[in-house]
Write a new protein. Structure first.
Length: 164
């Protein structure tokens, strides 16, 4: 199982490297593989706590679904931000958004996804209360269930299936 952890981290690091470099030239591919292999050798045991989860095809399906949810939310948020810039209308505030996640990986992935979506930014979280503190450019409601649905629920549904 250690080999599976090593390979998984290597593949993820390689893909991230290629996306950020923006090239698939032979030099970049070789450099990405070498760099990923070196980092994986040292980091895999710290990054993968349960290698058995890596071969579950359902998790792969939910990972792909998570990516699609993120793209949909990202496009929608960009359109909303453009409208706000043109109209000059904002209603900013910091809200407490509940979450229903258990693992650190799931919590971190949802928090990062919220932050990467324009108009929202996770500024803190309370693991005891299971809430994110989110700066929201257009506070539509202060009802916990509605905020949860609007800001994080779609991400959470997939993150639970992937990480918890």
């Amino acid at each position: 199982m250690k080999v599976l952890s090593y390979i998984a981290v290597l593949v993820i690091l390689f893909l991230v490297y290629i996306v950020f470099i923006g090239s698939i030239s032979l030099y970049d591919v070789i450099t990405g593989i070498i760099a990923g292999a070196i980092v994986s050798a040292f980091a895999a045991k710290y990054l993968v706590s349960n290698p058995g989860k890596l071969v579950d095809l359902r998790r792969l399906f939910y990972l792909l679904k998570y990516i699609l949810v993120f793209i949909r939310m990202e496009i929608s948020a960009h359109i909303d931000i453009v409208k706000r810039v043109i109209k000059g209308k904002v209603n900013p505030g910091i809200v407490k958004v509940p979450y229903e996640l258990e693992s650190d990986y799931a919590i971190t992935s949802v928090a990062c996804s919220i932050t990467n979506t324009p108009g929202t930014y996770v500024i803190d979280l309370d693991t005891g209360d299971h809430t994110f503190y989110v700066h929201w450019i257009d506070v539509k409601t202060f009802k916990r269930d509605e905020m949860h649905k609007l800001i994080s629920l779609d991400y959470e549904k997939c993150a639970k299936k992937i990480f918890d």
